[in-house]
Write a protein that binds this ligand. Structure first.
Ligand code: ADP
Ligand code: ZN
Length: 658
């Protein structure tokens, strides 16, 4: 017997192997096997068994990992769809669905989880919630695929609606997936599901231990848990009779995977729901421009929650023009007078405040005032960031760190001045201004030590923190009724990135963080500091006006023919030598231009990548723009005849890049 096996490699073909005779009755398509591959042993996926092979000298499979195949018919279809749409290999797509490292042991203790039959019923729904609930329930009851966009302002009760809908779907004997962005999977969010559904709700994310991951997988596959709450990859959870997939904060960039398979959970959810006849619910206070456009074109059904529950007001937003502050001599101040006074007031009234600065560390860069040189990472070409706690400069891409130099390494004259600011500098400024207050910092540095995540969130939730400073981690998901003041130290961090979505990201971040204020009985106040007070994203965020933002943004996208009016495919060529990478990228662009000439498609670039050197690898990229992905991918496949390489260099293909 011959088995055709695909691997988690960028190779669009299967390889034939001999099956040892005693496995012949056990091996089935979908099983994972270990096979010799060159000089390596790799885990692969059996696609098919056959009686003969055209290959003369066959090697033999080494190990059968799964006696019961891990992939359902539905998952096979999903894998083929992913390989086709994202231009990855079938093996890469399969590895995205069933990780090669997942090890289910038949003897694994799988005690029945304690089912807590809806301990809590939840509050009476508001009129708006009820209307949305009725529409969604009707669609779920019809058991046909249907997709909705729930646009609800922060605090309008979207999460409550998800919980109610999930319960309804369980009542129908079906299962549900609730996806949340990476940083939204807070202990607080998990607790909310556990209170409603007890152990029937499984939690899935990338930090699970191997054992817990296998156990959770098994419980889901056996139907012992019928709900999964998790990040991106939970969209592949092995649930049967799927009735609902929720994507909370559907606009969040963490839904796009940045390794092969480079899928977007929203697209996968749609594809999976089509197979299963399930309802897809995309929820957000700031829907992505793509999704809102789809709703405007009636490809998604729009549901709106326009007010906060219990008649709570949206917080009042004020903009502080930092150009004026500079003119008044507060050149190095992080906090404007207005923000400082507001903090003093909050402290005096024993209310709590959140400060956002979407940049980690203490000072942004180390710059020499004599020659202007900025200390950079040798391997990644990005400026190094100063960390006060360790007094080191660290690269935020490869994590290499070195002691902060006393004198400039470029000209050896000047001392090194630390310019710019990050969360750690804000934190120490707060300590100086408010020595009696309890101050905490929430960013990826502060949550790195084991269990620090849970401890920090618990401290915040139990009101042990007066002033909280952090990166975008403070902007999302926290439901803290005692926070009355939110300060944005700089709204400009995202605005100047070379990304056509910079305005969208800024609007999202500001709206989300403003949504943390005034969730309790006392009204909220938000102060945004910026050098660009007239930018439409900042203006619209200050008025809680999604529609104004959307109108300005969609006009810009239309004028420039950017998504959602077109789709993009990004190709990145990488290698150790800059000249070779640049030449290959140029040749690839030429080849594609020849193939696409006369068609409604464009090749942009090549150009150095925003991170032109990363961990010692040089990177150039080009972007294809057109109405549809498939003809662009067809041209790319023709140009990259030797697998996913060009001039011998690896090429990364990213469909719908974020
Ligand atoms: P969102 O997800 O839109 O930010 P949540 O679902 O978290 O909103 O709701 C905000 C707060 O209001 C939560 O504390 C929630 O428990 C509460 N809440 C939600 N719906 C209702 C309701 N119908 N009646 C009373 N309180 C509600
Ligand atoms: Zn680096």
């Amino acid at each position: 017997m011959i088995a055709q096996v695909v691997f988690n490699l960028p190779l669009d073909r299967a390889f034939d192997y001999l099956v040892p005779p005693d496995w012949e009755s056990l091996i089935q398509p979908g099983a994972r096997v270990e096979a010799p591959f060159g000089r390596r042993r790799l885990v692969g996926y059996v696609v098919k068994t056959a009686a003969r092979s055209a290959v003369k000298e066959l090697r033999t499979l080494l190990r059968l990992i799964d006696r019961t195949p891990m992939l359902s018919a539905e998952q096979w279809k999903l894998a083929r769809w992913m390989a086709d749409y994202y231009g990855c290999s079938l093996g890469e797509a399969l590895a995205g669905i069933v990780p090669t490292a997942l090890r289910i042991r038949e003897d694994m203790a799988s005690d029945e989880p304690r089912l807590q039959r809806s301990a809590e019923e939840g509050p009476v729904l508001t009129t708006e919630q009820q209307r949305a609930f009725d529409a969604l329930t009707a669609a779920a009851t019809a058991k046909r695929v249907a997709a909705f966009l729930l646009h609800g302002v922060t605090g309008s009760g979207k999460t409550e609606l998800y919980l109610r809908l999930i319960r309804e779907v369980l009542r129908q004997g079906r299962s549900a997936i609730c996806l949340v962005p990476e940083i939204m999977l807070t202990p607080q969010a998990i607790d909310r599901f556990r209170q409603r559904f007890g152990e029937e709700a499984a939690v899935w994310h990338s930090r699970l231990t191997r054992h817990l991951r296998a156990l959770t997988w098994q419980r889901l596959a056996r139907g012992q848990c019928r709900i999964v709450v998790g990040t991106r990859s939970a969209v592949f959870a092995p649930l049967s009779h799927l009735g609902l997939i929720v994507l909370d904060e559907e606009h969040d960039p963490s839904y796009k995977q940045d390794d092969a398979p480079r899928y977007h959970a929203r697209e996968v959810a749609m594809a999976r729901a089509r197979e299963a006849g399930a309802v897809v619910l995309l929820g957000s206070a700031t829907p992505s421009v793509e999704s809102y456009y789809a709703a405007a074109r009636k490809r998604l059904r729009l549901l709106e929650l326009t007010t906060r529950v219990q008649g709570r007001a949206m917080p009042k937003v004020e903009i502080v023009d930092l150009r004026q502050e500079l003119a008044h001599g507060r050149r190095n101040a992080l906090l404007s007078l207005r923000l400082q006074r507001a903090l003093e007031r909050a402290v005096a009234l024993q209310e709590h405040a959140i400060l956002l600065l979407n940049r980690r560390g203490f000072a942004r860069v180390a710059q020499c005032p004599s020659c202007g040189a900025v200390a950079r990472c040798d391997a990644c070409s990005v400026p190094l960031i100063y960390h006060a706690t360790t007094q080191q400069l660290r690269c935020h891409y490869c994590s290499r760190s070195q002691p902060a130099p006393e004198t400039c390494t470029a000209c050896s004259r000047g001392y090194v001045r630390l310019k710019g600011s990050g969360t750690q500098r804000v934190e120490s400024e707060l300590h100086r201004l408010f020595p009696a207050s309890a101050i905490a910092r929430l960013d990826s540095d502060a949550t790195k030590p084991k269990d620090s995540h849970r401890r920090l969130y618990d401290a915040i939730a139990t009101r042990q923190v007066d002033l909280l400073v952090g990166t975008q981690m403070v902007a999302k998901g926290l439901d803290l009724p005692h926070v009355t003041l939110v300060g944005v130290v700089s709204a400009d961090t995202a605005l100047n990135l070379p990304d056509f979505r910079a305005g969208e990201r800024t609007f999202e971040l500001l709206t989300q963080v403003a949504g943390r204020a005034g969730r309790g009985d006392r009204p909220g106040r938000v102060i945004i500091q910026t050098f660009c007070p007239n930018h439409y994203a900042i203006q619209a965020a200050s008025r809680h006006d999604y529609h104004a933002f959307y109108r300005a943004e969609i006009n810009m996208r239309k004028r420039l023919q950017l998504p959602p009016f077109t789709q993009l495919v990004e190709l990145t060529v990488q290698g150790g030598r800059r000249v070779r990478v640049e030449q290959a990228a140029q040749a690839l662009a030429d080849a594609l231009r020849r193939r696409l000439s006369g068609r409604a498609m464009q090749v942009l670039g090549p150009a150095p990548h925003r991170l032109a050197v990363l961990r010692g690898t040089h990177r150039w990229h080009l972007v294809l723009k057109g109405k549809q992905v498939s003809p662009m991918l067809a041209a790319v496949r023709q140009a990259l005849r030797e697998g996913r390489r060009f001039h011998g260099l690896p090429v990364i293909v990213d469909v719908d890049p974020q």
